[in-house]
Ligand binder design. Structure first.
Ligand SMILES: NC(=O)c1ccc[n+]([C@@H]2O[C@H](COP(=O)([O-])OP(=O)(O)OC[C@H]3O[C@@H](n4cnc5c(N)ncnc54)[C@H](OP(=O)(O)O)[C@@H]3O)[C@@H](O)[C@H]2O)c1
Length: 327
């Protein structure tokens, strides 16, 4: 699989990675351990070399499973994890001590002696603005506990602020056909500064795969049920901020624009990869077959200028006004 370099002289990782939120238990039905290993193994078999996780996913379960899976294997997988959402840290315990404690815990669960990439996990703007946290990150980087640091952010302005920090290797953002705002300012700045871009929610929580109808439902413990209107956290993290029924309607409209021979997954992931500023996409998967179909986009031709123009107009005219939440 083709690779791109994350940030200036950073990790060389595949254009398609794997989002590992689903391996924790807090997403719909519990993903059994054997299923989690099958998902990870399918990713490896398909050539994926980048896993994204967080200490909070399944209260550490996602990291633990990745650690168990990689243990003793001769592999070239790079694992990115996150700090900042554990209940003993959020909303107001962002200290050097809590950072060190969380890094130690992640290292233990992942069974590694250093973290390839540690990302701040959508931490409050005032902490970013104050800036001390970046000094602590640089400190633990010098000690060799982390190789690189980056930030996962919700809003374009948060991302731009983070990019003022020396040594920031990557930004993780929500970017897809339904969420094109980063194109205006964030992506050009990232390109200019050499900050790598990791794209989460590439399928708008599954909407863009085109498999849902307005009658589709989700389990009680699935954020696509309990956070569909932002009841638990930023609504942007669920269906990219679109009301579910509107998202289904817009996906149906997109289906008529899809080039022949492509699936909706191919079409919408290819659109993301066509942007030079993007380093990698991290679709989440609850089944091994999904991993297999998500990697196809990297082998396809770019969509071409006229399709990009059409999708820009579609976003401006039909989508943009329905996107809710911090953006
Ligand atoms: N704040 C943050 O930093 C943050 C927040 C959210 C996510 N993330 C990261 O980003 C990753 C990706 O985001 P996400 O998982 O929320 O959104 P996503 O990748 O847009 O959607 C994932 C969902 O789409 C469906 N899907 C995936 N591949 C498919 C395929 N080939 N065909 C049909 N359906 C498919 C599955 O739904 P079903 O399970 O219903 O089949 C899957 O659970 C996460 O795993 C996590 O690592 C980070």
């Amino acid at each position: 699989m083709k690779t791109r370099v994350l940030g200036k002289q950073g990790l060389d990782i595949t254009e398609i990675g794997l989002g590992c939120w689903q391996l924790g238990s807090a997403w719909g039905d519990f993903v059994e351990e054997s299923m989690a290993f099958d998902i990870l193994q399918t990713a490896v078999d398909k050539g994926v070399t980048f896993f994204d996780t967080a200490d909070i996913y399944g209260a550490g379960r996602s990291e633990t499973l990745i650690g168990e899976f990689l243990k003793g294997k001769d592999h070239n997988i790079k694992v990115a994890t996150k700090y900042g959402k554990r209940p003993d840290v959020a909303p107001d315990n962002y200290t050097k001590d809590s950072l060190r404690r969380c890094v130690d815990d992640s290292l233990q669960r992942l069974q590694m002696d250093h973290l390839d990439l540690l990302q701040l996990h959508c931490i409050p703007m005032n902490i970013i603005r104050e800036g001390n946290i970046f000094d602590w990150l640089r400190e633990i980087q010098e000690e060799g506990l982390i190789r690189y640091f980056g930030a996962s952010v919700e809003a374009v302005d948060d991302g731009i602020l983070c990019m003022e920090q020396d040594g920031l290797q990557s930004l993780q953002i929500i970017f897809n056909v339904f969420r094109q705002k980063p194109l205006e300012r964030l992506l050009p700045i990232a390109l200019e500064k050499g900050v790598g871009i990791i794209v989460r929610l590439p399928l708008a929580s599954g909407l863009l795969a085109g498999k849902y109808t307005t009658a589709s439902t989700f389990p009680d413990n699935d954020h696509r049920n309990f956070n569909k209107d932002g009841q638990a956290f930023n609504v942007g993290e669920t269906f990219s901020g679109l009301p579910f029924e509107k998202g289904v309607q817009l996906t149906d409209a997109l289906k008529s624009m899809k080039p022949e021979g492509m699936t909706m997954v191919d079409f919408t992931l290819r659109w993301i990869l066509d942007h030079d500023a993007v380093t990698t996409i991290i679709p989440g998967a609850s089944l091994p077959d999904q991993v297999a179909s998500n990697v196809v986009a990297e082998s396809l031709q770019p969509l071409g200028d006229s399709m990009h123009k059409k999708l820009a107009e579609f976003y401006q005219n039909d989508v943009h006004q329905f996107v809710r939440g911090v953006y």
